[in-house]
Design a protein around this ligand. Structure first.
Ligand code: MG
Length: 448
């Protein structure tokens, strides 16, 4: 033990300590202070290029991934910018605006780049620019992780759980088919199962509509009447609870397609079946109805799949009007904003349920999963099984096993993109990816 350590142990320099030693301050002054430990220096890292990569290995899905290249040869990052309904607009936003904005900037300063890119268009919070921003932002987090030699969840504080519980999608055209689908997912290890009967626009729910006979709209557009949907949804919950027991958690997505007062009524009638959550009872334009819903029922509510702006979620969370925040992380601008949203939600006991359908790229699913691992107020994750070609194009894509999502443990997101292979799956030229209308009997388009 040196003199300095001994003095610290005894308490005060120049006094008689427990060991009866008298130590003089001047003796201490002669000893140089030990050097403070220093982190290994990281050299400057500049962004050299930001470019979009578009690929469609999974049928019907148009992935947009942003690749950020840096001044360090071979060091790059990937981020999800997938906007399945408008992929080419995101491509333009990245190529024509984000790339020139970012070149020469310091790749380490993620927050500064996010803030300045966010306001670089002056008008903001729209889905196209948010997706482009997400591609850039997630790629910078990927680079940060690779530079640190750590998976991104480690940069966020480490794991709160060993893997990410996921829910499966069960559906059927009738109750028997649905029950079968639920049982198959249970056999695969899922404990959380979303149940949907008939799908949207199914003849099971609606029959042939008057607008179809009148040739109003296009033949590819579908029909959904609210009344059969409301009736069969209650029957569906009763049936699945009776046949499949109380062990599983049941989820359901209203998908905004009924009138707000009907959605409130439905939630009340579903209470006895203990849903894990009911999703999207109202369209984003109708969020003023949440207070009335809360006053009427204690059914847990998930909301936010279509949100783009903090103005949509801050009030719902801080007034404790929802239970799960359901945003699509690339639609809100990437990990930088999503981790702040998660932190806000934690103080209001709102849990996460990030949107995770097929039109999130494997890079985006990795971002969902890394955040899921690191936050305490995780709720549940949605994930899909991609086709084999998608796993080939994106080596390291998180995988589903026994009802959990497992990330590939590697620095950054742990997901790569085989560009040569990706180029073999161009976006379908004949189908731009429109969200097709669902109509009422008279042809009125329903807002999703
Ligand atoms: Mg949904």
């Amino acid at each position: 033990m040196n003199r300095r350590s001994l003095l610290r142990l005894l308490g005060t320099a120049g006094t008689t300590g427990a060991a009866g030693l008298l130590l003089q301050p001047e003796a201490l002054a002669a000893e140089p202070a030990p050097a403070a430990p220093t982190a290994p220096a990281l050299g400057p890292l500049k962004i050299t290029k930001v470019r979009p990569i578009l690929t469609a290995p999974h049928p019907g899905i148009r992935f947009v991934v942003v690749k950020v290249e840096t001044s360090e040869p071979g060091l790059y990052g990937l981020g999800c910018a997938t906007f399945n309904q408008r992929p080419l607009t995101v491509k333009t936003a990245v190529e024509e605006y984000l790339d020139p904005f970012c070149r020469g900037r310091d790749a380490d300063n993620i927050e500064d780049i996010w803030q300045t890119a966010y306001t670089s268009s002056y008008w903001r919070n729209g889905p196209v620019l948010n997706n482009a921003l997400s591609g850039l932002d997630q790629a910078l987090w990927d680079i940060k992780g690779k530079r640190a030699g750590l998976p991104v969840y480690q940069l966020l504080g480490g794991k709160c759980r060993f893997a990410v519980p996921c829910y499966a999608h069960a559906s059927g055209r009738d109750l028997a088919q649905l029950e079968d689908s639920v049982q198959r997912h249970r056999e695969r290890g899922f404990r959380y199962i979303r149940i949907q009967l008939g799908g949207y626009g199914s003849p099971h729910l609606s029959g042939t509509a008057d607008f179809e006979r009148q040739q109003f709209g296009l033949p590819v557009e579908s029909h959904m009447d609210a009344r059969p949907y409301l009736k069969t949804t209650e029957e569906m919950f009763a049936h699945v609870r009776a046949k499949c027991g109380d062990e599983i958690e049941l989820l359901h997505d209203i998908h905004e397609r009924v009138e707000p007062i009907d959605a409130i009524n439905l939630c009340k009638r579903l209470e006895p079946y203990r849903p894990f959550f009911i999703e999207d009872p109202f369209a984003p334009e109708a969020i003023g109805w949440f207070r009335a819903l809360r006053q009427q029922t204690a059914v847990p509510i998930a909301m936010g799949e279509l949100f783009n702006s903090p103005h949509e979620w801050v009030g719902l969370i801080s007034e404790r009007l929802i239970d799960f925040i359901r945003v699509h992380i690339s639609q809100i601008g990437g990990l930088t904003v999503a981790r702040k949203l998660a932190a806000l939600a934690e103080w209001f006991q709102v849990r996460s349920a990030w949107h995770g359908p097929g039109d999130v790229s494997p890079v985006g699913h990795a971002a969902n999963a890394h955040l899921d691992l690191a936050i305490h107020n995780f709720g549940i994750q949605e994930m899909v099984q991609f086709n084999p070609a998608t796993y080939d194009v994106f080596p390291g894509c998180p995988t589903l096993k026994d009802g959990y999502l497992w990330i590939h443990e590697a620095p950054g997101w742990g997901v790569d993109l085989d560009e040569d292979l990706a180029s073999k799956f161009p976006l379908p030229a004949d189908r731009p990816g429109y969200w097709l209308p669902v109509r009422r009997r008279d042809g009125t388009a329903v807002r999703p």
